[in-house]
Design a protein around this ligand. Sequence first.
Ligand SMILES: Cc1cc2nc3c(=O)[nH]c(=O)nc-3n(C[C@H](O)[C@H](O)[C@H](O)COP(=O)(O)O)c2cc1C
Length: 351
Amino acid sequence: MPTEILPKLEIGQLKLPNPLLLAPMAGISNLPFRLLAREQGCALAFSEMVSAEGLIREPQKAERFLQTCPEEKPWGVQIFGARPEAMAYAAKLIAERGVDVLNINMGCPVRKVVQGGAGAALLKNISLAKQILRVVRRAISIPLTVKIRLGWDEKNKNYLQMAKMIEEEGGDGLIIHGRTRAQGYNVHADWATIGEAQTRVKIPVIGNGDLMTPQEVINIFRKIDCAGVMIARGALGNPWIFKRTLALGKGEDIPGPSLEERENIIKRHLQMLINFLGEIQGVKEFRKHLIWYTKGLPENNSFRAELGKWRTKSEVLWGVQAYFQKIKSLKDPFLPFAREVGHNKKIAHTT
Ligand SMILES: Cc1cc2nc3c(=O)[nH]c(=O)nc-3n(C[C@H](O)[C@H](O)[C@H](O)COP(=O)(O)O)c2cc1C
């Protein structure tokens, strides 16, 4: 009988059945995408980052980020900002909405965010990071986590100092993306360092960076001492990564989705996004997902060249159907593990 490799995960009072989390991703981790990941076994998915200032100034605009439904429970929201009072106020508003875990972004490298003193800029300003954490902790009683990078740059890798500070200030969990701000996405995530952080604090450390395949996730749990992992790019066009990783954790190597399954999820995801954003915006947003869903599939060039022209749900459905019909009729149509060559690593979140 193979042993279960994946541990359960506890973040404060929140008990999760497995340690696989979906990362916050701006423009991606909305309710439809989070639900798809959850259906595939992901234990907890975070919203994309929500500006604390935006939430206070224009709450109706932030409403879309805070939408959930009973099937999603438990769910997480990430906020960013640099003013302690604004962060505490936003945290309280969010906790009142029934969010199960709050995450503070202290790792975002995007220029606009950093210039405002938020995101990764807080790695350079630990005293402000500490103030923020202290007031947010006082404002809410739900589990509180922080997402950081290893530091600002190679010379200022202060993840251990940050980890200890976060634990001392009452953080219930720490998510570490294993690169510095300066490294962007240009080097491999440093998982040994993430493991080191877990040995220095008692709160759960959730590692993040470059997990693109079930095998890579399992290998992490074999080698590294961390409480959980967070997957971002590896889930794009590939929500199945969660189900397959859970199976592999039990010793069962299940194949990637069949073409039928892929086509069905594409159609469902499109409908969910349209319900969420309306047809015009939903179709527009869905184009990038179509690129990801068809990565590694045969004859995808002409399909991809066409999809920029589609404006309506029926145009997308027609195009998807025609493409899948064509490739299903090919002699050897499918590379079921095409996802696992790691092409999503080219996607970055830095501008
Ligand atoms: C398109 C995109 C948007 C992102 N948006 C956020 C965000 O809103 N908040 C955040 O903390 N990280 C964000 N990230 C970073 C991811 O959460 C994650 O830390 C990073 O991609 C490394 O994980 P991966 O190698 O599994 O992709 C984003 C990444 C991408 C690719």
